[in-house]
Design a protein around this ligand. Structure first.
Ligand SMILES: C[S@@+](CC[C@H](N)C(=O)[O-])C[C@H]1O[C@@H](n2cnc3c(N)ncnc32)[C@H](O)[C@@H]1O
Length: 182
């Protein structure tokens, strides 16, 4: 009985690890969380009284999604994640310590509409940023903001850029959607 349980646990662990590898290859990025130093400089760029919808694109284990929900209690944070194991961890955390303004969706954010987003937050990779740029331009309402760290939106002029005092000198970019046609 104990042996069967151990085998089941090991099998589940292995399946979880394989699913991380599979989804890393599929999406192009691992569920690497935003580290504390970056989070501490990124969050104050959003005002605590912010209202509307904040989209987090690729929420991984939920590290940033929960922090965003706490930082902006009047906003609704919608966090998208495809990889099942990190998504399940976020889901479990939401069951154990629910944030009423946080919604975790196991969904490809490229298939979601951004038309009601006030802010889009992301920590992705250059290929995803290049694919995202035309979608953001086409769908975001005017005045919406994009907050990205590590990778920039090429050709977009940030409203603010911060450099975190960490090992990688991580850049944080805050953009505001330019008026249509620009
Ligand atoms: C570097 S992690 C960032 C995790 C989290 N945002 C944070 O900062 O702590 C990027 C995450 O994006 C997810 N991802 C990448 N492309 C995606 C897509 N098209 N739809 C949903 N999730 C995606 C990956 O599975 C990965 O977990």
């Amino acid at each position: 009985m104990t042996g069967a349980l151990v085998l089941l646990l090991l099998g589940t662990l292995l399946a979880g690890m394989l699913s991380i590898v599979f989804y890393t290859l599929r999406t192009g990025i691992s569920p690497m969380p935003t580290l504390g130093k970056v989070r501490r400089q990124l969050l104050p760029l959003l005002e605590p009284e912010l209202q509307g919808t904040v989209f987090e694109l690729g929420s991984g284990w939920g590290t940033l999604a929960f922090a965003l929900a706490d930082r902006c209690p009047r906003a609704k944070v919608v966090a998208f994640e495809l990889s099942p194991l990190p998504f399940a961890c976020g889901w479990l955390r939401q069951r154990l310590a629910p944030r009423p303004n946080l919604e975790l969706r196991r969904q490809d954010f490229f298939r979601a509409s951004f038309s009601d987003a006030a802010v889009v937050v992301c920590y992705l990779f250059p290929g995803a940023m290049a694919r995202l740029a035309p979608k953001l331009l086409a769908e975001l309402p005017q005045g919406a903001r994009v907050l990205s760290h590590t990778f920039a939106l090429r050709g977009w002029q940030p409203l603010r850029t911060l450099v975190v005092d960490d090992l990688y000198r991580t850049p944080i970019y805050l953009y505001e959607l330019p008026p249509r046609g620009r």
